[in-house]
Design a protein around this ligand. Sequence first.
Ligand code: 2P0
Length: 322
Amino acid sequence: MTTATARAHPNIALVKYWGKRDEQLMLPAAGSLSLTLDAYATTTTVSLDASAAEDRFTLGGTTATAGQTEQVVRFLDLVRARADSSAHAVVDSHNEAPTGAGLASSASGFAALAVAAAAAYDLDLDRADLSRLARRGSGSATRSLVAGLGIWHAGDDDASSFAEPIEGPEMSMIIVTVDPGQKKVSSREGMRRTAATSPYYPGWVDSTARSLEEMSAACRAGDFTRVGEITESNALRMHAAIEACEPPIRYLRSASVAVFDAVEQLRARSIEAYATADAGPNVVVIARPADAAAVADHLAGHGDVRIVGAGPGAHLITTEES
Ligand code: 2P0
């Protein structure tokens, strides 16, 4: 029996992924770019059990829901097909971030699962292969294989859609949790509805592809200001496309918009900060590391505030034969 444990961190996108070109292969409609964080890790252990009749999945020490277990089983089926194995597994996962609160625990979750399952089933995969594998579990997990800034190439097929590192300016992220509750519409469902009903979806996909090119150039040039400007406009474009769905979806609440206002006030005082938000009400602000404490102080009244930086890509911690 083989047991493998891996650890991965969530990432926050500066150019967002929102919409799929192929649901089966999990190919995105456009590429994206993110920073892997040094906080809120997921640690996952996969233990093969040749005598078990089915897979088992525990999350935070308790049996996962039927829906969560089904996603993990489907992912393990992909790994088993590649490894030519029929062994079932026990998967035990622990998140340091609250699940569903918009801190992308599906990114760290499937990145850690990809690394642990590949090791447990003895697949010999390089980092790009692991990024492709993680993609099949959850799109954003593709990027959590990369340390720090990573670019996920949309690609044309399974082989060409993976993430790799990109150089960029140093930055801190200030996470402002205005509402720790579970989001009402999952990202997967929100993406489907946006693609199917938002009149702005084609514009979103086109402009994101252009923003990604500009963002890559700004990152390579170390241009923090341009990185910030593109980050904020890309996030607002994503939310505009989402809000135009039928029936509408609004992930941003008034408390979220207040953080965008506060960030604008900071810029008026010559402290460069830029806001972004994912599929939920919480806001993430980027700033130069030297400004992070002042930004966090300014935003303290808006919710729970935490400063984070760049973290490692998903990695194996231990493997054991017993
Ligand atoms: C992102 N988000 O780029 C975007 C911005 C949320 C808003 O990737 O269906 O959980 O599993 O591929 O990866 C969240 O979507 O969705 C996400 P699936 P996922 O970070």
